[in-house]
Design a protein around this ligand. Structure first.
Ligand code: SF4
Length: 61
């Protein structure tokens, strides 16, 4: 599983990082995905972070 943050959309609220700190991290005022491949046990966190993003900037696939 992979996740992608659309930096154009991200408003830097930090919510995804709070929800899934093993998957997302802030880089300046934008969130980035910190792993190439999301581990199975982190998949749910990654999806929750994407679902809670207020501007739907995260795609998980
Ligand atoms: S939740 Fe969405 S808007 Fe907020 S930091 Fe993460 S990607 Fe950016």
């Amino acid at each position: 599983m992979k996740a992608v943050v659309d930096a154009e959309k991200c408003i830097g609220c930090g919510l995804c990082v709070q929800v899934a700190p093993d998957v997302y991290e802030m880089q300046g005022d934008k969130a980035v995905v910190k792993v190439d491949e999301i581990a199975e046990e982190k998949a749910e966190d990654a999806k929750n972070g994407a679902e809670q993003c207020p501007v739907a900037a995260i795609t998980v696939s």
